[in-house]
Design a protein around this ligand. Structure first.
Ligand SMILES: [Cu+2]
Length: 368
């Protein structure tokens, strides 16, 4: 009996694993999706941190939004795709997994107890039961159909992006990110993780060459000196690639995870309506400092985005080149990683020494 039911159950589990293994691309039936769902938390009121007049003001992140929470759960989702996917995960995949595990456990226990040798001195020679064979063939098929329908719908939604309002090319490097804005005068942002206060030599701090993380930048290991800035409500097309090894651009609150592969261009997208700061991490083992190349995306109102672009020396599509004096100064963002974040020193003036090489002194072969 045990042997007889084991095959179909294993097949059922294997089939389920295949369908359920890719929640990132599996999405749900189209439940009613509210524009800004995923969480009941009120719209955060990001605390702008004022800098000197004329400086770009960056937002402070809102605890619990766009960053890990202390619950065992997915992060609150900020995109319609994320909401569909989280729904699929919470209301289809998890219940099916739990029910199937419980069923298998009960069947095993029943077989172990009911058909133990002590209670059955003469083994049964029973074989072949048409009814049960039909059941264990049809039941897995029905389970798979229940998963496949919402899953395929979700994939269709995920891979049918609306027309992009903005394209950002994301380049992975050992171990930092570069963000290029081809629609905005090819500005380039170099984004490095901010270290904790005690990890930054006092001399570096005193000379302004490197600043440590503050709470206004975000949580430890997630805060960066330069955030990717995108407008709220815009469809952002993300093109990923890499300069060295495979990295992965992941932004959990937007249900985005896309490998960045050298020599290839991969594409994904997101549209976040709520202004705020959203954090992610490189999600492909890429070497010794893989854990230290976080991602921070700052979603700002459109006007503020235009202001930021101008500040970085770029231009909005169709607009004249920015006349910002900084655009041509040595502090041009294209030349170095400027401090972003929302700390009091987040004035977007380039701090020397935080450019790419500063954090990439380890050889590419120093991998774990
Ligand atoms: Cu990486």
């Amino acid at each position: 009996m045990l042997k007889a039911i084991r095959g179909p159950i294993l097949a059922m589990l294997a089939a389920f694993a295949v369908s359920g293994a890719a929640p990132a691309v599996a999405q749900a039936p189209v439940p009613v999706i509210t524009p800004n769902p995923g969480t009941v938390a009120p719209t955060p009121a990001p605390t702008p941190v004022a800098a000197k007049p004329g400086d770009i003001v960056h937002m402070a992140p809102t605890p619990g939004i766009g960053m890990p929470t202390d619950k065992i759960d997915l992060q609150p989702q900020e995109t319609t795709i994320g909401v569909e996917a989280a729904w699929m995960h919470n209301y289809i995949l998890v219940p099916v997994m739990a029910a199937m595990s419980a069923l298998v456990l009960v069947l095993l226990l029943w077989v172990v107890v009911r058909y133990r040798a002590a209670a059955n001195p003469v083994p049964s020679r029973t074989h072949h039961n048409t009814v049960i064979e039909v059941i264990w063939t049809l039941a897995p098929v029905l389970v798979l159909v229940c998963i496949a329908v919402p899953s395929i719908k979700l994939i269709a939604h995920q891979y049918s992006p609306p027309k992009a309002d903005l394209t950002v090319k994301v380049i992975g490097n050992q171990w930092y990110w570069t963000y290029q804005y081809p629609d905005n005068g090819d500005i380039e942002i170099v984004s490095n993780m901010l270290k904790e206060k005690d990890a930054v030599p006092g001399r570096q701090q005193a000379t302004g060459k490197e600043r440590p993380r503050t709470d206004a930048d975000g949580p430890a290991l997630l805060a960066v000196d330069e955030r990717m800035v995108v407008p709220a409500g815009a469809v952002v097309k993300i093109i990923t690639t890499s300069n060295d090894v495979i990295h992965s651009f992941a932004l959990p609150a937007a249900w985005v995870k896309q490998d960045a592969v050298p020599g290839r261009l991969n594409e994904t997208w997101f549209k976040i309506d709520r202004p705020g700061v959203y954090f992610g991490q490189c999600s492909e083992l890429c070497g010794a400092r893989h854990g230290f190349m976080p991602i921070a995306v700052e979603v700002v109102p459109a006007a503020q985005f235009a202001q930021w672009v101008a500040f970085k020396g770029g231009k909005m599509p169709g607009a004249k080149p920015a006349s910002n004096p900084d655009a041509t100064s040595p502090t041009s963002p294209a030349t170095a990683g400027a401090p972003a974040g929302s700390a009091p020193v987040a004035t977007d003036k380039t701090i020397e020494g935080t450019a790419k090489p500063a954090t990439t002194s380890q050889p590419a072969t120093a991998q774990n």
